[in-house]
Design a protein around this ligand. Sequence first.
Ligand code: AP5
Length: 215
Amino acid sequence: MKLIFLGSPGAGKGTQAAVLRERQDIAHISTGDILRENVKNSTPLGNKAREYMDSGKLVPDDLIIDMMEDRLARPDCAKGFILDGFPRTVPQAEALDLLLGRMGLELDGVILFEVPEELVVQRLTGRRICGQCGEIYNVRFKDTKVPGVCDRCGGVLQQRDDDKEEVVHRRLEVYEEQTAPLIDYYETKGNLVRVDASQDGDLVVKDIEKAVGKR
Ligand code: AP5
């Protein structure tokens, strides 16, 4: 299974990718997670990306495309993958088409996560992530048994810097300007599948599997 997860910040792409990765035994490639790891370790890529990410802007295409060429060549992608947060601009989508062509691979679908903007703002400002195992929670929709402590591993929960309300609004504007044009791009190619991602998470994953199974 080779899928792209497309949708606004906070639409639930990372949450559903973590579920499908386990169920389908495929790689979950989140450009946001790779970049945050690079920022944390102050790598040359992380140092270049930090300022863009903190202000809610996109990291330049050339850095992202190089990063993804390396990532897709790794052996864990052989069984399939979910691209979560990539591509995010038309030049990135064109670069991905070329790369997949060179690798002799074809996408099974592009899943568009549809969620109203008010709900997305609530989800993002309420999101907390375990600093140890990466499990995603939400103080409004999926809280932990003990406040601030991960149910799974006991790690301390953290809030992403770009989940502060003022940055969230900037990220949503950037999504509309630079990423939403990909909806037409993939609709024209005939591989876009729309999913109502405002419903309960269990229903979202079922809808994705049903839609991909039909294709
Ligand atoms: P990235 O990390 O990719 O962030 P994003 O796309 O903005 O997406 P999010 O992680 O915020 O949302 P999500 O859809 O995964 O939601 P989640 O499942 O966590 O990118 C961060 C930054 O990196 C970018 O701003 C940019 O600077 C840079 N970057 C990354 N990729 C790039 C690229 N390709 N090009 C250039 N720059 C790039 O869910 C959110 C919350 O909602 C959680 O708390 C969750 O528990 C809750 N939730 C989810 N689903 C449900 C549900 N069904 N019901 C109730 N609650 C739910």
